[in-house]
Design a protein around this ligand. Structure first.
Ligand code: AMP
Length: 300
């Protein structure tokens, strides 16, 4: 089956910024990626939560094309992350990071994924990413994401995962950090040399770049007036891109470019409210309207 299998965090986020405050809101890289991917294809979450995880947060996934059989409830506390955005969202500071139940989590995976599946190693401990890659990698297309914390804390393990990655997602800051290059073109090229066949470099309101053996493609971001919280935008982008590719069953560059446009549209929604709130209200007509707007925006 064409599906996206996602290992990553399922979290309770506390966020403060120019858009206001949210406390213990549903977050995490796997949550955002799966919710977004499910607009296009089936998404399966491999993650863990504690018994303290609110039933209302789990209900957010109800009615979506999301398989939660790999979401294990284990003794301990749910992963919690808290972040603070500066005026104009120019910077983000992590105030608290509590791995909780993720410390030492070894998911129960019985068999490798088929070639038609996409395995997304979303932002989480690189040791866990490697564990899932070894158990489930098989012939599936492998995509990887990360965050500055893991580049600093476990860069060596992350690099092992990158050597087996087809598509690596990261933002401009992370690209500079992992490559040691200030210039993003140089950074992208140097990251390609670490193993990934494709590098997707996300630049927030400045759009995204796709590095491949054929060169660089770009997609602009949709200019937005209503902007409340950028948390999870990167995970939403990756989820939509991979969900679209799973639905199409194709992995060529043209499909990836179109997938990036859909990813741009989905992340333009998620930033308009906290958590999954805006994504929950998105209709097919909304998606179509923004795709048209993006096409018009980038027309020459
Ligand atoms: P993004 O804004 O795309 O970087 O993703 C933010 C999401 O990632 C939040 O919902 C957090 O719960 C989660 N997150 C933050 N730090 C980490 C981390 N070190 N490992 C895994 N997930 C994290």
């Amino acid at each position: 089956m064409n599906e996206v299998v996602i290992v990553g965090s399922v979290a309770l986020d506390t966020i403060d910024g120019p858009g206001g405050h949210a406390g213990d809101a549903l977050g995490g890289s796997a949550s955002y990626a799966a919710y977004s991917a499910s607009f296009f294809s089936r998404a399966c979450i491999i993650a863990c939560i504690g018994p303290d995880f609110p039933a209302a947060a789990k209900k957010v996934f109800d009615g979506r094309n999301i398989d939660l059989t790999g979401l294990e409830t284990v003794p301990g506390t749910t992963f919690r992350w808290s972040g603070k955005y500066a005026k104009g969202f120019v910077t983000r500071e992590t105030m608290k990071l509590d791995l909780g139940v993720f410390a030492g989590f070894k998911p129960a995976i019985r068999s490798a994924l088929p070639e038609s599946s996409i395995l997304f190693l979303a932002n989480i401990d690189p040791d866990l990413q490697m564990d899932v890659l070894e158990k489930a990698g098989g012939k599936a297309l492998v995509a990887t994401d990360t965050i500055d914390h893991w580049i600093r804390a476990k860069g060596d393990v992350l690099r092992k995962a990158l050597a087996r990655t087809d598509i690596f997602f990261l933002n401009d800051e992370e690209a500079r950090l992992i490559s040691g290059e200030d210039n993003l073109v140089r950074a992208g090229k140097s990251i390609m040399a670490m193993g990934p066949k494709f590098v997707v470099l996300k630049k927030g309101e400045h759009g995204a770049m796709l590095f491949s053996a054929s060169g660089i493609s770009v997609v602009p971001a949709l200019p937005l007036e209503d902007f409340r919280d950028p948390t999870g935008a990167g995970d939403t982008f990756a989820g939509a891109m991979l969900g679209f590719m799973a639905r199409e069953g194709k992995r060529d560059l043209d499909t990836m470019r179109l997938a990036m446009a859909h990813a741009t549209v989905m992340s333009s929604f998620v930033v308009e409210d906290f958590s999954m709130e805006r994504l929950r209200r998105v209709t097919a007509a909304d998606m179509g309207e923004r795709m048209d707007r993006l096409r018009e925006l980038a027309r020459f």
